[in-house]
Ligand binder design. Structure first.
Ligand code: ADP
Ligand code: ZN
Length: 222
C-alpha cells in the first residue's frame, strides 16, 4: 500500500504525473480540483456552492474540502494506495490530513512562476472526459478535439490572468507552509518540473525508489 501527496504550483503537472504514476502502480488518483469541477459541470448543489470561488481562483472552504476528501477516501477502492492532488492546501487541511492518514511520501513538483503563466495559458481541458492538454507540449491530433473521446477542448474557467494571480498568491502564502511542514517530517522529494513529462516521471520514480517507467505500454508509452 502506497500513499502519496503531490504538490506544486498551478501548471506544474500534478494531474499528468499523478495519472502516469497511478496507472502503472494501480493507485487511485484523487484530484480535489477535478471533484469540484465535476460538480460544477454537472450542476450539483455543491457545484453551485463552489463555482464563483473557483472561477475567481479562491479556495473553497476547509470544511467542504475536508469532507470531500474524507468521503472520497472512505470509498476504500484504493487497495494498492492512492495519490492525492490538490490537498492539503493550507495548514489546517494538513493537520486534518495527518491526523487521519499516514503518508509514504510527498512529491513536490518545482516550477518557477515565469513558466507557470506559459503553461497555464496553453492549457485546454476536455469537457467530456476531463483530460488535460497543453498546446505547447502535446496538442491533440485534431485541433480542439480530445484524442481519447472526441470531446470539445475548452479553457478552464480559472485559467485567466486574474484568477491565476490569485491562485499563485494563495499557493505561495498558504500551500508553501504545508510543504515546509512535510519537509520537517522528511516526507518530501523535490523534482524539477521543467523537463518533458516522461523525464519528470522517471525522476519521481527514482527518487521514491520505485520501479522505472516501463519501456513500452501503459504509463511508459511515448
Ligand atoms: P490548481 O492547483 O491549478 O489551482 P486545482 O484543479 O487543483 O487547481 O483546483 C482548482 C480549484 O478548486 C482551486 O482554485 C480551489 O478553488 C478549489 N480547490 C481545490 N482543492 C482545494 C482544497 N484543498 N481546498 C480548497 N479549495 C480547493
Ligand atoms: Zn475527452
Amino acid at each position: 500500500m502506497r500513499k502519496y501527496v503531490i504538490m506544486g504550483v498551478q501548471g506544474s503537472g500534478k494531474g499528468t504525473q499523478s495519472e502516469l504514476l497511478a496507472a502503472d502502480l494501480d493507485l487511485v488518483h484523487i484530484s480535489v480540483g477535478d471533484i469540484f469541477r465535476w460538480n460544477v459541470t454537472n450542476h450539483t448543489k455543491m457545484g453551485a456552492q463552489v463555482h464563483r470561488l473557483m472561477a475567481a481562483g479562491e479556495l473553497v472552504g476547509d470544511d467542504l474540502a475536508e469532507s470531500v476528501v474524507q468521503r472520497r477516501l472512505a470509498e476504500h477502492d484504493w487497495n494498492f494506495g492512492f495519490i492525492i492532488d490538490g490537498f492539503p492546501r493550507n495548514a489546517r487541511q494538513a493537520e486534518f490530513f495527518l491526523e487521519s492518514y499516514d503518508i509514504d511520501g510527498v512529491i513536490h513538483l518545482d516550477l518557477p512562476d515565469s513558466e507557470v503563466r506559459r503553461r497555464v495559458f496553453g492549457r485546454r481541458l476536455c469537457v467530456n472526459c476531463g483530460m488535460d492538454y497543453n498546446l505547447l507540449a502535446d496538442s491533440p491530433a485534431v485541433p480542439g478535439r480530445c484524442d481519447s473521446c472526441g470531446g470539445e477542448l475548452v479553457t478552464r474557467e480559472d485559467d485567466t490572468a486574474e484568477a491565476l494571480a490569485v491562485r499563485l498568491r494563495g499557493y505561495h502564502e498558504k500551500t508553501n507552509p504545508v510543504l515546509d511542514l512535510f519537509r520537517r517530517k522528511e516526507y518530501v522529494i523535490t523534482v524539477d518540473a521543467r523537463p518533458a513529462k516522461d523525464i519528470v516521471q522517471q525522476e519521481i520514480r527514482t527518487r521514491l525508489g520505485l520501479p522505472p517507467v516501463k519501456p513500452s505500454g501503459g504509463a511508459g508509452e511515448r
